[in-house]
Design a protein around this ligand. Structure first.
Ligand SMILES: Cc1cc2nc3c(=O)[nH]c(=O)nc-3n(C[C@H](O)[C@H](O)[C@H](O)COP(=O)(O)O)c2cc1C
Length: 364
């Protein structure tokens, strides 16, 4: 497997270790929260491959945590390999966010991330997620309350602004630094953009220029080492967070660390390795829920693995309709025997594109 990638590229600078306040991260490459995907089983397999500096959970409702809602507690489940890890909380209410942060600190979480980027109406209509970018004073006070309530690092993840006429991220980042936030992650699009258009790296650079000392994490559309290199070079950001690119290629963090330390990197997992990874992730899921439930819950993730592995549609369908562990095993065996379309089990698979919601964000 360890054939070095042919397009060798030199890192453009000697990397500085990335710190979130007093927390030193093992690399500059972070897993971006992806609701429905960045659960513990996925985080565990990313950690095992290596190279991840920090994993963040899916967004979790502050109120849900305080009410000990089962789903919210499931989202913050962790494991000894899942370190350092951050929990991303959302909510419009200052005291709930503060209390949820304290609860998480007592629970042993390494870092807390405040969601200010989610564009989905269900979240923004209550004043949370990216709607927080429309309410300067309240938002700064809310963030300050969370920072003051805990001794662990607090970060904020946001978009560039609500729309093109309000690119408020630089202003917020500067204010957040003043109240003690230790890093900001910027998805280089506005709320109005959803996932349309290209990431505005110039907008991310303006955030880098707006803060004095805290690291800025650049985010959006990073699928390859070359994309990461461009993000560093054009924005001056200190770290990178990767969402969909990690779903398509969980080896990307390791590739990035190899690249920055040696100038070259090994290819992502081939068909056989992806199949093994998928099964391992399934077994981690089955540690937490009944096997039957695990089969249903794994359909979403299995869909991406099998697409990435170039598995024939009929076999993907068989996998998606398996109702229990036995049927799943039969489906997997069929996938294993058939191999990828085109037939190369040990070669590099073509890059995969992960689609995102489209149309007006109000309707997502
Ligand atoms: C399915 C999906 C779920 C997401 N869930 C979250 C979330 O819970 N919290 C958050 O801050 N961002 C969330 N995002 C945004 C990503 O973290 C990231 O900012 C965005 O996808 C751009 O980065 P990427 O191009 O590397 O995926 C989500 C994105 C997708 C596609």
């Amino acid at each position: 497997m360890s054939v070095l990638h042919s397009e060798e590229q030199q890192p453009n600078q000697t990397p500085q270790p990335l710190h979130f306040g007093s927390l030193r991260l093992p690399s500059r490459y972070l897993l971006s929260p992806l609701a429905g995907f960045t659960n513990l089983p996925f985080r565990r397999v990313c950690r095992e491959i290596g190279g991840v500096g920090l994993c963040t959970t899916d967004l979790v409702s502050a109120r849900g945590l305080l009410e000990k809602n089962e789903k919210s507690l499931q989202l913050i489940a962790t494991h000894e390999v899942d370190t350092p890890y951050s929990v991303q909380i959302f909510g419009p209410n200052r005291s709930e966010m503060r209390d949820a942060a304290q609860f998480l600190q007592e629970d042993g979480v390494d870092s807390i991330d405040i969601n200010m980027g989610c564009p989905v109406d269900r979240i923004t209509s209550g004043g949370a997620g990216s709607a927080m970018m429309c309410s300067t004073e309240n938002t700064i006070q809310l963030v300050q309350s969370v920072v003051e309530a805990v001794s662990i690092p607090v970060t904020v993840k946001m978009r560039l602004g609500w729309d093109d006429t309000q690119l408020t991220a630089p202003k917020f980042a500067r204010e957040f630094e003043q109240v003690g936030v230790v890093a900001v992650a910027i998805h280089g699009r506005t709320r109005e953009q959803g996932f349309k258009g290209k990431v505005n790296r110039d907008g991310i650079r303006q955030v880098v220029e707006a803060v004095s000392d805290i690291p800025v994490i650049g985010n959006g559309d990073i699928l390859t080492v070359a994309d990461a290199e461009r993000m560093f070079a054009e924005t001056g950001c200190q770290g990178i967070s990767i969402g969909r690119g990690a779903l398509a290629n969980p080896w990307i963090f390791r590739q990035l660390v190899e690249w920055e330390t040696t100038g070259s990197f090994t290819p992502p997992g081939n068909f056989d390795e992806r199949l093994e990874l998928m099964l391992r992730q399934f077994s981690y899921l089955a540690e937490h829920v009944t096997p039957r439930r695990a089969v249903v819950m794994f359909r979403k993730m299995g869909h991406w693995y099998l697409k990435g592995m170039r598995v024939r549609k009929s076999l993907r369908h068989q996998f998606q309709t398996a109702r229990n562990r036995e049927e799943l095993q039969v489906a997997i065996e069929a996938v294993r025997l058939a191999g990828p379309i085109g037939g190369d089990r040990t070669g590099v698979l073509p890059d995969m594109h992960v689609p995102v919601p489209s149309g007006p964000v109000e309707k997502w």
